[in-house]
Design a binder for this molecule. Structure first.
Ligand code: FES
Length: 125
């Protein structure tokens, strides 16, 4: 399973990682919260561009990665759900094939502070 955030909140937003911590052409997953409030997020990087989505497949709600931080298909052109093989466009999360074709991954907003990435959603409490 993917790791949690590497550091505490910064300016009220949960810290994810540095851009360089995500492999070029790859992704990285994060988990927040506990028990029923637990939720996963993953970030895909291509150069300086990043896209982030909730780590929950629209088909059955399972995490997409079956190995930590493995979110892309073999040719790294689509996000892949490891459970039943649905494929999603990286740029907008649209499902192009699989049991949830026509559906979407839920986008997650990410903020940048220099080379650091944060969840846009603020920490509660
Ligand atoms: S759970 Fe993702 S394709 Fe079925």
């Amino acid at each position: 399973m993917s790791r949690g955030p590497l550091a505490g909140p910064d300016f009220g937003h949960p810290f994810l990682c540095r851009l360089a911590d995500i492999p070029e052409g790859g992704g990285r997953g994060f988990w927040f919260g506990a028990d029923t409030a637990r939720f996963g997020v993953f970030v895909i990087r291509q150069g300086d561009a990043v896209w982030a989505y909730a780590n929950s497949c629209p088909h059955r709600g399972t995490p997409l990665d079956w190995l930590p931080d493995r979110f892309l298909d073999r040719d790294e052109r689509h996000i892949l759900c490891a459970t039943h093989g649905a494929r999603f466009r990286i740029a907008d999360g649209f499902c192009v094939s699989g049991p949830c074709a026509g559906g979407h991954l839920r986008p997650v907003e990410v903020l940048r502070r220099g080379a650091r990435l944060f969840l846009a959603a603020r920490q509660s409490g």
